[in-house]
Write a protein that binds this ligand. Structure first.
Ligand code: DP6
Length: 350
């Protein structure tokens, strides 16, 4: 290392948007290369409203890896972040900062520690996967891979705005497993996404270990990956192209429910949703049925929070009104807040 004084710090900050899958990725055929067992489709959320900002720093003065999420230090021992860190370290390359006179070789990375701080501009929401940390670390360590999948498969879909498909690909080396933009954010801009934060606790079963257990033990997952999802992907692409909200809602809700069904079919079973999540599903289903045409689609990732996609602003305002009625703030339910992109929606409902 060029600098022996131990006083230098090198930092990288990156912002990554969040995406929400409407046809879920669940299960890998190759864990190292992060290759999925089915295609998936997601919508990327506007980073102005929902994104994660991460700063990573490296210095010879650091004597251990440390990480803070929204200002709170989290334990790294034996967890997925630690594994992830080592995976990225293994791919690190030489880094040079001429201005600061710093040169870090590939070998140096093995003995250097990093500090990672990550902030979400929304309440830490269990199950809303974000891989800003991985992205910033890869940048800091000059990792050459650019398929966007470092550390987390679903992250590659955040490479683009609008609706994005992650094609599972066929090649063993993963060369054809890529994110493909389907339509940009302007194509279907009347949709309004509301996230009902049911619980901001960290999820108990990480997606990585959950999907591994599903692939190993569920009898249903093969049927889902081979028979159900391929058909849904075709139908979903068509619904998105045509802005066909009824078909979009049917597919989105059905796919979320099937994803949670395969979690339940896993041994031991994985429960990501809780009673409040189930009540939200009940409310939305009832409302959609009573209206005749669907107004809102729901989807849940690896956690209890509901992602609700309303067909337009009017439906979104009505939805918020209903949610506030059924789940009043500070009531006994554990639905603690709503994250909405457009704060003026609250004004619409008075
Ligand atoms: C339920 O991308 O977090 O959100 O690749 O193991 O890091 P790893 O999993 P991750 O899984 C996300 C699963 C999901 C569905 C989805 O986003 O498609």
């Amino acid at each position: 290392m060029a600098d022996e004084s131990q006083k230098w710090v090198l930092m990288v900050t990156a912002q990554t948007p969040t995406n929400i899958a409407v046809i879920k990725y669940w299960g890998k055929r190759d864990e190292n290369l992060i290759l999925a067992i089915n295609d998936s489709i997601s919508v990327t959320l506007d980073p102005a409203h929902l994104c994660t900002t991460t700063t990573v720093a490296v210095s010879p003065a650091f004597n251990q890896d440390r990480m803070w999420l929204n200002g709170k230090e989290i334990s790294l021992s034996g967890g997925r972040y630690q594994n992830c860190l080592w995976e990225i370290r293994a791919c690190a390359n030489d880094v040079e900062d001429e201005k600061k006179g710093i040169r870090i070789t590939k070998k140096d990375w093995e003995n250097l520690h990093v500090h990672v701080t990550s902030y979400n501009n929304f309440p830490t929401a269990a199950g809303l996967a974000s891989s800003a940390a991985v992205y910033s670390l890869a940048k800091l360590m000059n990792v050459q891979e650019d398929n966007g999948r470092q550390g987390s498969g679903s992250a590659c879909r955040s490479l683009y705005g609008g609706f994005v498909k992650w094609v599972m690909g066929k090649e063993e080396n993963g060369s054809d497993s890529i994110a493909v933009p389907l339509v940009d954010e302007k194509h279907w801009d009347e949709l309004v996404i509301i996230i009902a934060v049911v619980c901001s606790r960290q999820k108990e079963t990480s997606s990585t270990s959950g999907m591994r257990e599903t692939v190993e033990t569920s009898a249903l997952i093969e049927h889902r990956a081979k028979e159900v999802v391929p058909k849904r992907i075709i139908q979903m692409e068509e619904a998105i192209q045509k802005r066909d909200f009824a078909t979009f809602t049917h597919l989105t809700c059905a796919d979320s429910n099937q994803f949670h069904a395969v979690c339940l079919d896993t041994s031991p079973p994985i429960f990501y949703m809780n009673d409040t999540s189930h009540r939200i599903i009940g409310c939305v289903e009832k409302w959609n049925r009573s209206e005749g045409t669907p107004q809102v689609a729901y989807t849940f990732d690896a956690g209890p929070n509901a992602v609700l996609i309303a067909r337009n602003r009017t439906s979104a305002a009505l939805l918020l009104q209903r949610l506030l009625f059924h789940f009043p703030p500070n009531s006994e339910t554990d639905l603690n807040s709503y994250v909405i992109g457009d704060k003026s929606l609250m004004e619409d409902i008075g």
